[in-house]
Write a protein that binds this ligand. Sequence first.
Ligand code: ZN
Length: 198
Amino acid sequence: MQIEKNNQINRLGWIEVICGSMFSGKTEELIRRLKRARIARQKVEIFKPGIDKRYDEVNVVSHDENAILSTPVESASQILLLTNDVDVVGIDEAQFFDNELPAVCNTLAAHGIRVIVAGLDMDYLGKPFGPMPELIAMAEDVMKVHAICMNCGDLAQFTHRKVEDNHLVMLGTTDTYEPLCRRCYYEKMKQQGSGQSS
Ligand code: ZN
């Protein structure tokens, strides 16, 4: 990382988190903020975990295909190695990163970089997901975005897995997952619980 060379050392960095369930528009919000920064001629760099190969190798593609170029990385510490002369770092699908990610974001912010992190705050079991709780705790600003419950139309913050599979990381789209509100999520989990041992 060569950011010490720049004049950014005197500027204050910070951490923003955009969290919510699947289909809540997290990536769209991340892209909106990054595009706005780019309009102001700020240098923007985006990273996502190498695990997420659903849509495109190089692009962060949101569900409305509003794409921005990004770099897939295998570990959080790689972000420090690859960050060069930037004002803003975007991190998508942050829940899939290892537990080094909060420390990496802290280091970037300490070097005057604005860090915008987007990720699922809960896994399909309704538990805090990966490094997200720590990031939410240390961020200057947290935005929780909501999807619409596919069952009743209320605001949804849970991601319900429609198929039986106990792997924590299982990529998928609307065939596999649906956003649900608290009431509908726990009702469905109870129904599934009678057939599932976990
Ligand atoms: Zn509902």
